[in-house]
Design a protein around this ligand. Structure first.
Ligand SMILES: C[S@@+](CC[C@H](N)C(=O)[O-])C[C@H]1O[C@@H](n2cnc3c(N)ncnc32)[C@H](O)[C@@H]1O
Length: 266
């Protein structure tokens, strides 16, 4: 079911475009990159290819808890000869496990693309990422924006059904990251990427694909059996979608946040 109304290569091109050209690195040394929650590697490989335009060798540490995802990422690397100058260091761990390990390696680029919803503590993870960044290095984070439909749905669900600290749940958005950086006096630049999710199936009675998509959008397994959450979510989605031809399109707005570690402020 093609639900996201954007082409995968365009999505990856957008990551390439947002990665800085002029990442600092000592002459002759590897450029060191840390990927948090790399998944199956499509986004990471687009980032690596951009870096390889300027750097002849890259050391890439991959932190990803899912063995299946790491397996897919390794298969992608085997098939893509253009990544030959990258030395991979695979760590099958959560961010929490990884940051508990003592390691003095500093990285020139640390990225977390649509991952920070899953960490136990957003603030602690950002602090740990920043701590492993080399002076003059970049931290690159992407999350849904609360200004888009899907990010807004997270806020609504939290308002109505959430418990505890929202920043320790899936309902965090890019605004939370920016607020944390602002509090610590870290400057950053941002850009927004919008795409549409075809949610038509969610509104078809008894559509199995629709049920699965609604589970995914609400991050709630079997949400169709939770009448109150389902009604709220469908109402919100309907009110924040547009109808195009016979499709109902729900907007998702990704925000890219790029922060430079300025030696003077770090
Ligand atoms: C939405 S995917 C994003 C994958 C990839 N960054 C991308 O943009 O294609 C989220 C990834 O975060 C990983 N993940 C989940 N919990 C995590 C945690 N606590 N620490 C690090 N990664 C985590 C998942 O296994 C999954 O691969």
């Amino acid at each position: 079911m093609a639900v996201v109304e954007t082409r995968k290569d365009m999505y990856q091109m957008s990551y390439e475009a947002n990665i800085p050209d002029c990442t600092l690195c000592e002459p002759g040394a590897d450029l060191r990159v840390l990927g948090i929650g790399s998944g199956s590697g499509e986004t990471d490989s687009a980032i690596l290819k951009k870096l390889l335009q300027r750097h002849s060798s890259v050391y890439n540490r991959v932190v990803e808890p899912s063995g299946e995802m790491i397996g897919r990422y390794k298969a992608l690397v085997r098939e893509d000869t253009s990544l030959g100058a990258v030395r991979f260091d695979w760590r099958q761990q959560t961010a929490e496990e990884y940051f508990q390990t003592k390691d003095d390696t500093k990285f020139h680029l640390i990225h977390a693309v649509h991952v920070l919803y899953h960490v136990e503590d957003l603030d602690a993870t950002l602090r740990n990422m920043w701590g492993q960044l080399e002076d003059g290095g970049y931290m690159f984070v992407t999350m849904q924006s609360g200004k888009g439909g899907w990010g807004g749905l997270r806020h609504k669900l939290w308002e109505k059904f959430g418990l505890g600290d929202r920043l320790k749940t899936w309902c965090s958005t890019s605004g939370d990251v920016k607020q944390r950086l602002d509090t610590r006096g870290i400057s950053y630049v941002t850009s927004l990427d919008t795409n549409n999710i075809n949610v038509s199936e969610c509104f078809k009675e008894n559509s199995e694909n629709g049920k699965l998509l609604l589970d995914f959008l609400t991050h709630t397994p079997y949400v169709s059996s939770e009448a109150e959450i389902k009604a709220m979510a469908l109402g919100y989605i309907r009110g924040n979608s547009s109808s195009v031809d016979d499709k109902i399109l729900f907007s998702a707005m990704s925000e890219v946040i790029l922060a430079l570690k300025n030696c003077a402020k770090a």
